[in-house]
Structure formats: C-alpha cells, structure tokens
Write a protein that binds this ligand. Structure first.
Ligand code: AMP
Ligand code: FES
Ligand code: ZN
Length: 305
C-alpha cells in the first residue's frame, strides 16, 4: 500500500479514513486531527496556558509532544500515586520525557497530601479505582485553578470517549449524556477541561507515539485489573472492524445531535457549590469529597495502630 500524500511505502493503514500514510506523513495526519479538534471544539488558543495531565502512557505523552510542537504554552502535571514499583516507573518515564523535550513539569505526590493509594486500598471500603480517579480529578482541577491555567487537558482518545458514551447510553444516563464531551467549559470553581485527542483512536495515538520514539509507561495499574470500559471497548472494536468509521460517527453524531438534545432535557440547575472548608475546592457540602476521604483514612489508620 502507498502513502496517500507522497506515494512512498505506507506504514500505517487507516481503514476508518480509507487511507494510509508513510512514517513521515503520518504525523501530519495526526497534527491535522488535533488542530481540527482544538478549533471545532473551541478548546484553547495560543495565548492561553494549558496544564496537561501526564500519566506516562502513550496518549498523554503524545498529546503533550504534539501540543508543544504546535507552539502551545503547555506545562505537564504528573500525579504520583505512591503505588509500589508502578508509580516509580510511571513518574520516571514522565520526568525523562519532559527533560528530553525541555518541557515544564509539575509533580504532585499524593503521599504528601495524606492520600497514598495503597493505604486507601487497604483501609477504605470502596473500589480503589473510583477513589483514585476522584483524587486525580480533584488535583487536576485544584492545581490548574491555583496555578491560573486556562484549561486542563487529558489524553482521552476516541476509544475512551466512545466507550464512555456507549456505557452512558446503555443506562440512558441523561445527566452524563448532557455534559459528556471533548470541551467542558469552566464553571464556578472548575477550570475548562479539554480532550484534544478525541478524534484519534487508541491505535492512531499508539502509532504516533511509536513513530515519534516516545518512551512510554505501558504496564497496567496493579490495582485496576485493566483499563476502564474494557468490555465496551471490545464490542465497539468488533463493530469498527466490520464497519470502519462507525466508532467515530457514533461519537460525532452524539456531539452534533445527542448532546444538545440531552442538554435541553436536562436543564435543571445543579447543586449550589461553595469552597471546601479545608482546601477551597468547589463542593456542595462543608468539606469536599477528597478532604472527607483524607479524614476517614486518618481515622482508620489510627484505629488500626
Ligand atoms: P486513564 O483514566 O488512566 O485512561 O487516564 C486518562 C487520562 O488521565 C490520561 O491520558 C492522562 O491525561 C490523565 N492521567 C491519568 N493518570 C494520571 C496521573 N497519575 N497523573 C497525571 N495524569 C494522569
Ligand atoms: Fe488509580 Fe490504579 S491508577 S487505582
Ligand atoms: Zn477539600
């Protein structure tokens, strides 16, 4: 197969776009998709400061490299979860990547915040992944807000977004269906959140990371037993195989038709929010969810001693 652009030997074939690219032209395809995402979804401008959440995986590192090459003012944020071996490896990949490309990086250690994930797994009687996700989102927002960033970007790709949409649709969860999307505007206490890779599949992002020689952290989390929405991703993958492009049209159709319809249906006002008494994050209670987890963990650990 030949490259659509320059007719050299293609190394990546993209059935969903009915095309193929060589190793030099493929990154241009990737760049165009990210540019289109940023423009169509009004994500951010070159005058704004973007905080990019870096896990060390292919998606977030590919996103960081691409945004920096496009000349955006980006700073990385890595949350060190204190999970033995796994967190050290992930952090080392993020640090080496930022050092190599001369990119700014901020690291937050949850252990210094009284929230080491292994202790949460041991003492808090809730699924560790959902608590961990809540803590990560809390610090993404808090650090972006305190640092005066205009937007917080994550590496979620088309597979992540389509699988989440599929799960929300199976439950007809009107609340989530009205505000799932690649750009969530800033609201009181919350910074704007953006997902510039939403037009690119996991395969497409992995190819970019590989062709750009990015060293990634690819081990799955030892606590989670695999990525989120694995079954939904699997089913959508089968559909995509039989009918290339269906994953993208499912998600794009939702953005054009589904989301506005659900937003109309779901107009009721959310809870009133005010700053958490402990950390200042927006919450509808006196203390935010993360400060309540920290207090509960402290109590449980004291009891266990
Ligand atoms: P995941 O939910 O693990 O698929 O991650 C989705 C996105 O969240 C990644 O692409 C990153 O942008 C961000 N992320 C996940 N874990 C971390 C972390 N430990 N530190 C910073 N960002 C993270
Ligand atoms: Fe949070 Fe695994 S990454 S529990
Ligand atoms: Zn708080």
């Amino acid at each position: 197969m030949k490259c659509k652009r320059c007719k050299a030997k293609a190394v990546v074939s993209l059935p969903s776009h009915n095309t193929a690219f060589c190793k030099d032209c493929y990154p241009l395809f990737f760049t165009r998709q990210v540019e289109t995402a940023i423009r169509r979804q009004k994500m951010f401008t070159h005058e704004e400061r973007i905080l990019v959440a870096l896990s060390g995986g292919k998606d977030s590192l590919a996103l960081m490299l691409e945004l920096s090459l496009q000349g955006y003012d980006v700073t990385g944020l890595h949350i060190d979860l204190a999970i033995p071996r796994s967190s050290e490896k992930a952090r080392a990949k993020v640090e080496a990547f930022c050092e190599l490309h001369g990119l700014k990086l901020q690291v937050l250690e949850v252990a210094n915040e009284g929230l080491p994930i292994p202790a949460i797994k041991k003492h808090i009687n809730r699924p560790v992944c959902s608590v961990c996700g809540k803590i990560k989102r809390h610090y993404f927002n808090r650090i972006a807000r305190e640092g005066g960033y205009d937007a917080l970007a994550t590496g979620h790709n088309l597979d992540d977004e389509a699988a989440r949409l599929f799960a929300n649709t199976l439950r007809w969860d009107a609340g989530y269906l009205s505000d799932q999307g690649p750009t969530l505007p800033a609201e009181e206490g919350f910074v704007r959140k953006v997902k510039p890779l939403y037009r690119l599949s996991e395969f497409e992002t992995a190819n970019y990371a590989f062709l750009k020689g990015i060293e990634i952290h690819s081990d799955p989390c030892p606590y989670s037993g695999g990525a989120s929405f694995t079954n939904h991703k699997h089913l959508l993958g089968e559909l995509e195989y039989k009918s290339p492009g269906s994953k993208f049209s499912f998600y794009e159709g939702f953005l054009k038709k589904g989301r506005p319809a659900f937003a109309m249906l779901n107009k009721e006002e959310g809870d009133e929010v005010s700053p958490c008494g402990e950390c200042g994050s927006p919450t509808s209670l006196d203390l935010c969810g993360v400060c309540r987890i920290r207090t509960a963990l402290k109590e449980k650990m004291a009891e266990a001693e």
